[in-house]
Design a protein around this ligand. Structure first.
Ligand SMILES: [Zn+2]
Length: 150
């Protein structure tokens, strides 16, 4: 996939809503049965709410309504690895996204919902660059091309 004229205007990680595994620890530990994450746009005052609980198959169940009013509900698998402190676990999302036509299933700590997107997925699925990466690419792009020496 080559660059196209709009590539500089791609969504970045910073524009996206992030769902951090750390923010739902109390749910993962069974201290609460559900968590609501809310994002509020400082400029418009618009807010977006995501409910996270458990489905019947012991997976995380994500529920929200899109900007256009569509009710969305799906499950995301959570993974555990032994923590490097030797006690307890580290938790991860298993990315529910599709990458190049295949299930991603990447183990990630953060899922993203870029503006206009319907589902949370990892930044690899959405090919989200960080803003500073874009800046660096932009700077690089502006440099004169190396000339072949005569
Ligand atoms: Zn992914």
């Amino acid at each position: 996939m080559g660059r196209h004229p709009g590539w500089l205007f791609r969504d970045t990680v910073e524009d996206s809503k992030r769902l951090r595994i750390d923010s739902i620890k109390s749910l993962l530990r069974g201290e609460v049965s559900g968590i609501t994450s809310t994002w509020t746009n400082n400029r418009t005052g618009e807010s977006f709410k995501v409910d996270i609980g458990w489905d019947s198959g012991d997976q995380l169940e994500i529920t929200y309504t899109t900007k256009d009013g569509w009710p969305i509900q799906y499950s995301i698998r959570r993974l555990m690895t032994p923590s490097n402190l030797g006690n307890g676990f580290r938790y991860w999302f298993q990315c529910p996204g599709l990458r190049d036509g295949n299930q991603c299933y990447k183990r990630v700590g953060i899922l993203y919902l870029p503006p206009g997107a319907i589902y949370f997925a990892c930044r690899h699925c959405y090919r989200l660059p960080y803003q500073d990466q874009l800046l660096r690419m932009k700077q690089f792009d502006g440099l004169p091309k190396p000339q072949a020496s005569p």
